[in-house]
Design a protein around this ligand. Structure first.
Ligand SMILES: *Cc1c(COP(=O)(O)O)cnc(C)c1O
Length: 422
């Protein structure tokens, strides 16, 4: 288990690359991804039979390509995520399935695509079983089960229990197995994604719920998925999840099922954040330094159109200043860091509920760079064009070189799909 990180408040480099050079070459705001971090995080999970990356966390093709080269498979939630995975070199079908589609509903495009390409479907509602079964009789499916309880760092991220819209309610498993059978669908695996990576007591309950469900489904079950939800330390001093303990609980569950079924059961894990959060840095430029009463504000050129986690969840991200003069010994101040959007919630230093929390940061001037760290997961992927801001550039640091893997969106691209009726 890696030791708890200490995030710096002054930095000049990202993985050996000068932040100033990156900003002058690619402009700001720009996401910078350190490929070596993705490789380390993949290696941490090597004890699992399959590491299935949740594409939604960061769906850039170059990131998907890195994960594929490291042996990772993918989980997708939409037709275009499936097409992204295929564009990044994943085969549509295979054993184990390279691409899984996990959802609670099909839209017309996703249903059509999974039927046509043979992409494996993980059904999160009885209706999905019917809709798929009518078109794809004979195929294998897995079921996403809601065990009746949840866990999560916010009401908005809780993925189990009766407040959650996700998964097939545990008590309906029997009825859903019958439904699948009626359609000639083969239920080959079960999945639970309820975000309980750090709490081992809770995880033990999840494993028990999985075991019960799998025993109910019987020896047709050949895979179990632990889902995602592995946390990362977003603050200095926070520790990493005990992956050995996490794996041990799931592995014991899987082994008991193997005993009872008399055949192998594949153990999958489905991280998004864990693989990509720490690799990502959002490089911004400070465009205003101003006081409002007693408060000091740094306003940067990135907003919640680039990184929405603070406004959505009150999420904390480490931040650092890149000193233009190289002086690392600056006095520190309590600062509120905000963006350019015409919206008072456009603040990166806030708690859940929207309460602004100042951050202790080094003195900085207009024109200097501010880096928002641990921004690889649910950063660019949640980007929007709000205020007609272009999608940020994305850069991958790979083998000592910085490669542009998404250029900044242009005005022409921004308005491309629109038209004025004649
Ligand atoms: C979002 C999601 C994940 C990944 O969640 P993280 O918290 O980023 O690890 C995994 N599986 C499913 C089904 C998801 O919806």
């Amino acid at each position: 288990m890696p030791t708890a990180p200490t995030y710096p408040t002054i930095r000049t480099e990202i993985a050996g690359a000068s932040v100033a050079k990156l900003a002058s070459e690619f402009g700001t705001p720009t996401f910078v991804y350190d490929a070596a971090v993705i490789a380390r995080r993949m290696a941490d999970l090597a004890a699992f039979d399959v590491v299935r990356y949740a594409v939604k966390a960061c769906s850039n093709l170059a990131v998907l390509d890195r994960i594929r080269r490291l042996g990772g498979l993918v989980d997708t939630v939409s037709a275009f995520e499936i097409r992204r995975a295929m564009a990044a070199g994943y085969a549509a079908r295979g054993t184990p399935p390279p691409i899984v589609f996990t959802a609670d509903v099909f839209d017309a495009a996703s249903l059509d695509l999974v039927v046509r390409e043979g992409v494996h479907v993980n059904c999160g509602s009885p209706d999905m079983i019917d809709q798929y079964g009518r078109l794809a009789s004979g195929r294998a499916i897995t079921l996403r089960i809601n065990p009746g309880f949840g866990h999560g760092h916010s009401r908005k991220t809780n993925t189990g229990g009766d407040q959650s819209k996700h998964g097939i309610w545990h008590a309906e498993l029997g009825a859903c197995l019958a439904r699948a059978k009626k359609h000639g669908l083969d239920v080959t695996g079960l999945h639970m994604h309820i975000g309980s990576g750090a709490d081992m007591d809770h995880l033990a309950q999840v494993c028990q719920a999985m075991e019960r469900a799998a025993l109910e489904a019987g020896p047709g079950i050949h895979s179990v998925s632990a889902g995602g939800g592995l946390p990362i330390p977003y603050q200095s001093g926070e520790s990493y999840v005990d992956l050995a303990a996490y794996h041990a609980l799931w592995d014991a569950t899987r082994k008991r099922l193997e005993q009872s079924f008399g055949h192998a059961v594949r153990l999958e894990v489905e991280p998004g954040r864990y693989l990509v959060a720490e690799c990502g840095y959002l490089v911004t430029e400070i465009r205003a330094v101003k006081r409002q009463g007693d408060r000091l504000f740094y306003l940067v050129d990135a907003g919640f159109n680039n990184l929405a986690r603070p406004i959505l969840y009150g999420a904390y991200h480490p931040m650092s200043i890149v000193p233009g003069d190289g002086n690392a010994n600056r006095p520190e101040h309590d600062v509120i860091v905000g963006g350019p959007l015409c919206e008072s919630g456009d603040v990166f230093t806030q708690e859940e509920g929207g309460y602004v929390v100042p951050r202790r940061l080094p003195e900085a001037a207009v024109g200097e760079l501010l880096v928002i760290e641990c921004a690889g997961a649910y950063g660019a992927a949640m980007g929007s064009n709000y205020n007609s801001k272009p999608m940020a550039a994305e850069v991958l640091l790979l083998d000592g070189r910085a490669r542009l893997v998404r250029r900044r969106q242009t005005f022409e691209e921004l308005i491309q799909a629109e038209s004025i009726p004649g």
